[in-house]
Design a protein around this ligand. Structure first.
Ligand code: FAD
Length: 678
């Protein structure tokens, strides 16, 4: 496991300057950390500093089942809380729905449900045609998924879609109980619906179901730390530096004398607990943001990179005007608010002291070895004829799933998860007490509605303003409700009924006026209880054609536009989040952006890099002309200006080379643009 070890690099061993600084040690940041410290440049290994706001992973996080308790107030030390507001179309009547994310080394992977679902091939094959960005197609990304994986399930590990030599252990949930009646019912019910019972990781998008795959091995969680830091940490001690309990409060920018493009030179930090200002750290190459899709755009904005108008309203001087920062927020929303009762105990063992005893005696097949005892997962495309209004259709165009179905052995979710007020929740769920139940989960895989993240304040210690804007595209409501209806039909089928499993029949109090489990009832339930599945994404999206997509924030190699020395490498870069679950995608973004960085600094690639820089320069010049050029500049002869800019860029590149040679020199005297406020 990742726990029981102090990952903090002693203060006196920290340098003032690194080759790279990674902000945020979740799946994306940890994956990137391993990748960058595994290569050397000019005969010297890179020195990389990972800065994480949270601390070391606590002992309890090794035990998968304790995931169920996250989201409770007692677990504040590993969480960021993000209060958000309803737009009036969802969480009806709820006072303060809240979502949360990981604030601990390993980020979400240190306590999450650990499900590993990559999405399907079309999710990745659509990226180039839709964004113009190359290098993200399914063939490429499958190679990376498989490279990192060490699959333990004999049922799938040799089928050609899984890796066996990576450091990320993956297993099927409760494999030991795989032959029980419950799993058999799941298999038969899928087949009755015309769905195959087989591995969902072969790239197909729908029509299949299987057991959940999750990042566990031998009964313990395999977090980003276990998989990508622990195995390498001792051997790479001089390269892998970690600073925990430290918030990056700003990215520092300088204006190079010979270039119009600001350059990132380092970061400013503060103590996470007290807010006391901390050290500044500088980079000779780049800062990489992997702070998660809610904190990454916040950090960009407090640093002066984002929508200029919004920044001005918060008293921040815009340094780089990127209107897309914080926009395009989406996830896999859905409901966990209906239940099956009468579940046979062989499928759902009791959570007793003897289970805990078994676990700590090393019997890792016990109940504690599984996060939510999830029985199964399936991906389904709905019949268009059933839908109340015409749907767009990416779904048909790419043959995607509309919804994911899962069954989990958890009794629904607490107030913060569901976003429903406690009194309503109690009235609805008290009838479940003492019952042997499964929760029925339906999640939308390709959400259309988009929300945003804005600043509440200029402090990174405060949560940003998060607005999900659910159901602003009404077809999302139809999709989740119809998905639920079809799942209910499946759950009423003979394989479940013959085991005595039936649907919980107490109606949700606010939806009593509709016939139980009718489409109208489900639409009502969905409006009240839809919640984020914590798969936040899209807030610094990738796009390689800025003419068509002015909201693009990063290019296909994860470089932030209109600034040098800065990349975003977490789920923020999704223009459209792949279906499935987002942790695998976060590992991918860390890994793929890491590949690009390694390539970009490879000497053999110098010519290519020059070309890219020139391209970037040209794009920048076009942009300056299109948007922001003051009147007198616009009148300049275009050709002349282009030449001037290119010349400046060459000088800048020369300067960069000189700086690289001086890498060993300690702190330089930067002309930092960023105003310190921490
Ligand atoms: C309760 C829960 C259950 C989930 N279950 C699953 C699941 O079963 N399967 C799945 O695939 N996905 C699941 N997810 C989602 C998954 O965990 C995330 O998609 C994934 O962790 C995202 O990785 P990331 O690296 O982009 O960001 P994060 O995991 O959010 O990591 C970002 C890190 O950056 C740090 N940070 C933020 N701001 C700063 C700053 N200014 N300075 C320093 N550090 C900073 C944070 O503390 C955090 O540790 C779940 C998430 C939650 C919250």
């Amino acid at each position: 496991g990742a726990t029981g070890f102090d990952y903090n690099t002693p203060e006196d061993e920290l340098h003032s300057e690194y080759d790279f600084i990674i902000v945020g040690g979740g799946p994306a940041g940890s994956r990137m950390f391993e990748k960058l410290t595994n290569v050397s440049h000019c005969g010297r290994a890179y020195r990389v500093l990972l800065i994480e706001a949270g601390g070391n992973p606590p002992l309890w996080t090794d035990v998968p089942l304790f995931y169920m308790h996250t989201g409770s107030p007692g677990f504040d030390d590993v969480m960021w809380w993000f209060p958000h507001k309803s737009n009036g179309l969802h969480n009806l009547g709820s006072k303060s729905p809240t979502v949360f994310g990981g604030k601990v080394l390993g980020g979400g992977s240190t306590f999450n449900g650990a499900a590993v679902q990559r999405g399907c091939a079309a999710d990745y094959d659509r990226i180039e045609p839709e964004t113009g960005c190359k290098g993200w197609d399914a063939e490429e990304v499958w190679r990376l998924f498989m490279h990192d994986e060490n699959n333990q399930d004999p049922g799938v590990r040799n089928n050609g879609h899984h890796g066996k030599k990576g450091t990320l252990c993956v297993n099927s949930l409760l494999l030991g109980n795989g032959e029980t009646a419950g799993y058999e019912a799941w298999r038969k019910a899928l087949e009755l619906q015309g769905m195959q019972y087989s591995d969902v990781h072969d790239g197909t998008c729908h029509g299949k179901g299987y057991h959940f795959q999750a990042a566990y091995c031998h009964g313990s969680r395999y977090s980003a730390v276990t998989a990508f830091i622990t195995p390498f940490f001792q051997a790479r001690r001089n390269q892998m530096h970690i600073k925990l309990n430290t918030i990056v409060t700003k990215v520092l920018l300088e204006q190079p004398p010979n270039s119009p493009i600001p350059r990132v030179v380092g970061v400013e930090t503060a103590d996470a607990a007290t807010g006391r200002p901390g050290r500044r750290f500088f980079v000779s190459k780049e800062v990489i943001l992997t702070a998660g899709a809610l904190k990454t755009p916040q950090l960009m904005m407090v640093s002066g990179i984002g929508p200029a108008n919004h920044l001005r309203t918060r008293g921040i001087r815009p340094i780089v005007n990127l209107p897309g920062v914080g926009q395009n927020l989406h996830n896999h929303p859905g409901v966990q608010s209906f239940y099956l009762k009468g579940v046979p105990m062989s499928w759902l063992p009791n959570r007793t002291c003897s289970e805990i005893d078994r676990y700590y005696k090393g019997e890792k097949s016990s109940l504690l070895s599984s996060s939510v005892n999830m029985a199964g997962v399936a991906y389904r495309q709905l019949d268009r004829i059933d839908m109340p209004r015409p749907l767009d259709d990416d779904i048909l165009r790419y043959n995607f799933a509309d919804v994911e179905y899962t069954l989990s052995g958890a009794k629904g979710f607490g107030g913060p998860w569901l976003g429903v007020d406690q009194d309503l929740k109690d009235e609805y769920m008290n009838g479940l007490n003492g019952q042997s139940i499964l929760t029925v989960n339906v999640y939308q895989m390709h959400q259309k509605s988009r929300g945003y993240v804005l600043l509440n304040s200029t402090s990174m210690r405060d949560p940003p303003y998060v607005f999900f804007n659910y159901f602003s595209d009404k077809s999302d409501l139809d999709t989740i409700a119809m998905g639920a209806l079809k799942f209910i039909e499946m759950l009423k089928s003979p394989p479940f009924a013959s085991l005595g499993i039936e649907l919980y029949d107490v109606p949700f109090p606010k939806c009593k006026k509709y016939a139980l489990h009718s489409l109208e009832y489900l639409r009502c339930l969905v409006q009240y209880t839809t919640h984020a599945n914590f798969h936040y994404a899209g807030t610094a999206k990738m796009g390689c054609n800025r003419q068509k997509d002015p909201d693009a924030v990063v290019d296909g190699r994860c470089r932030v536009y209109d600034v040098t020395g800065l990349r975003v490498a977490d789920t923020s870069i999704a223009h459209k989040l792949p279906q499935g679950h987002s942790m695998a995608y976060a590992y991918l973004t860390g890994s793929r952006c890491g590949d690009f960085i390694v390539e970009d600094y490879n000497e053999l690639n110098e010519v290519q890099r020059q070309e890219q820089l020139q391209q970037l320069q040209q794009q920048h010049v076009e942009e300056v002309h299109r948007h922001d050029a003051p009147q007198d500049q616009q009148q300049l002869n275009e050709q002349q200006q282009l030449q001037l800019q290119l010349q400046q860029r060459k000088q800048q590149e020369q300067l960069r080379k000189q700086q690289e040679q001086q890498r060993q020199t300690p702190l330089r005297n930067y002309q930092v643009l960023t105003k310190s406020t921490n």
